[in-house]
Design a protein around this ligand. Structure first.
Ligand code: FAD
Length: 505
């Protein structure tokens, strides 16, 4: 590692890596520092019984030619290197309920989305179409989402509430639940989640939906290759503990192993609460520091990773969002010991283009950090291996059994197909990613007070910038666009968007 770089990036999550390539392509010397053994943050995969599992990427939208993420990934030099499998055109997601045998599809392509749902709601065609038009209209208002540098959305848009807006299209309660059924994608909260968040995410999947064959870590691998090509450097097992600040500027970062590196610009891809503390509370205005520290994190998750015995469980080319009943769509995060889990998302790994049998399957549901409070003082990752105690193992075993009981109602006989079971809890997300209380997607956005969670990517320290899922939006698309916002602060927005559009032509 050199003593000085033009740009030092802390954290190799998607936001850090995309920023690193943008700036390396512009001729800056760039260095990415990652605390973990594996780069990529939520893009990390792990292997159990020779089966690859994703931790934080189950499907990606907008990757067809001409669509937004395709264009961004083309600029980053990775689009034609990815090994992807398109989910079912007629049902990339299925919304289902324990008290209803029907499986309600979300289909790819707007026309198809309406046609497939119309089969189950014949009276509702116009309402479904109107809902689709609203999604498109909202998405059209965000310039960078459409690879434009100019344009401004009416800030009223930010105050539209997701539940209220979705509900306004129909009187049919089941249809309301089906349209909102994938709100786990943003951990939907009825009186808070903004409609623009719903629209920006759901629209990208309706455009096109893809699984990464053999996992999302291929995105990391390809991004690192590109970074190397442009002269960028990256180092793992480098946990940054402090930003050294002097005269409103960061001079260097200090790492846990005692090393230090200086830079002209610094981009933090780690959670803003932590970043501000690491740069020193006194270096920020008190109200700003306090506002950020008081932000509520999105709920965390408990995941079950099942490895199947060979040729026992058929591959399914869609995801499930399954609820106990349709009234739980907006309240699944409010549970107690008995009612947990009220919903889950089910997805499977794709290991080749054409497959009949599944190697493994992942089930995720909400879990509050409070549920793992007894073990909050433990820390365990592959770099720092520690035992969380027997009681934690018992807790996980109890939760696993309860979760599997619920899963078996929807997938009868699944237990017999299982070779081994693996789990992750809010503690795993916290320790691997560094997010406050293991939050899944950054901070809760609130349609009642959109400015409260707005975090500018340029900080008051002259050369410190923020990127990642807590700034702007989460998800592969949201974080990629967020990195463009961050780097625009350094190289200029119009200039950067022109460059991105030129490569995409
Ligand atoms: C359960 C789950 C499922 C998801 N499913 C999907 C999906 O299907 N599709 C989709 O598009 N999105 C999905 N997401 C969201 C998506 O994965 C994230 O929004 C995105 O990957 C976050 O990128 P980031 O740039 O914020 O970095 P992060 O992933 O937050 O990574 C931050 C990095 O910084 C490192 N770091 C932290 N502290 C330090 C330090 N002090 N020093 C050095 N390094 C440090 C961490 O180790 C990590 O590598 C999911 C997320 C979760 C949790």
């Amino acid at each position: 590692m050199k003593e000085h770089y033009d740009v030092v990036i802390v954290g190799s999550g998607l936001g850090g890596l995309v920023s690193s390539i943008i700036l390396a392509k512009e001729g800056y010397s760039v260095c990415v520092l990652e605390k973990n053994n594996q780069y990529g943050g939520n893009l990390q995969t792990f292997v159990r019984d020779k089966t690859i599992f994703d931790t934080g990427i189950h499907y990606i939208g907008g990757l067809d030619e001409g669509q937004n993420l395709h264009q961004y990934f083309k600029y980053l030099g990775i689009i034609d290197k990815l090994n992807l499998k398109k989910l079912d055109e007629n049902a990339f997601d299925i919304i289902s309920f324990e008290d209803d045998k029907t499986e309600y599809p979300h289909a790819q392509g707007y026309e198809n989305f309406v046609q497939q749902l119309k089969k189950y709601f014949p009276e509702e065609e116009k309402n479904i179409s109107d809902y689709c038009e609203k999604l498109k209209a909202i998405c059209d208002s965000f310039p960078l989402y459409n690879l434009e540098s100019e344009g401004k959305y009416d800030s009223e848009i930010l105050t539209l509430n997701a539940k209220e807006t979705i509900d306004s299209f129909t009187e049919n309660e089941k249809l309301k639940a089906v349209l909102a059924g994938s709100n786990f994608l943003y951990a939907g909260i009825p009186d808070k989640s903004p409609f623009y968040v719903h629209a920006l995410i759901v629209n990208s999947y309706i455009q096109s939906s893809w699984r990464c064959i053999n996992g999302g870590s291929q995105i990391t691998k390809q991004l690192l290759k590109q970074l190397k090509k442009y002269g960028g450097e990256f180092y793992k097992h480098k946990e940054v503990t402090r930003f050294e600040v002097e005269n409103h500027k960061v001079n260097s970062v200090k790492m846990k192993d005692g090393t230090q590196v200086s830079g002209t610009f610094f981009i933090s891809n780690i959670e803003p609460k932590t970043t501000l503390k690491m740069a020193g509370e006194a270096n920020f205005r008190k109200p700003f520091f306090n506002r950020i520290q008081s932000l509520e994190g999105v709920l965390s998750a408990f995941s079950l990773y099942l490895v199947f015995k060979p040729e026992t469980f058929k591959y399914i080319n869609h995801n499930y969002y399954h609820f106990k009943n349709s009234s739980e769509v907006w309240s699944a995060h409010e549970y107690d010991e008995n009612s947990w889990p009220k919903m889950y998302m089910a997805s499977m790994n794709a290991s080749k283009e054409d497959e009949i049998w599944a190697d493994g399957m992942t089930f995720i549901t909400y879990m509050k950090f409070d549920d793992v409070l007894p073990w909050t003082n433990t820390f365990n990752t592959t770099v720092e291996k520690n035992d969380r105690s027997e009681s934690y193992e018992e807790f996980k075993a109890r939760k696993t059994a309860k979760f599997l009981d619920e899963i078996e109602i929807k997938f009868p006989g699944i237990r017999e197909c299982i070779k081994s079971i693996h789990t992750s809890s809010p503690l795993s997300y916290r320790d691997y990613i560094g997010g406050d209380n293991g939050n899944m997607y950054g901070y809760v956005k609130d349609s009642n007070n959109p400015l409260k969670t707005l975090i500018p990517s340029k900080t008051k320290l002259e050369n410190l910038y923020l990127t990642g899922q807590s700034i702007n939006m989460h998800g592969v698309l949201g974080v990629t666009i967020g990195a463009v916002v961050t780097c625009s602060e350094i190289v200029g927005k119009e200039y950067l968007i022109n460059k991105i559009n030129q490569t995409a032509e």
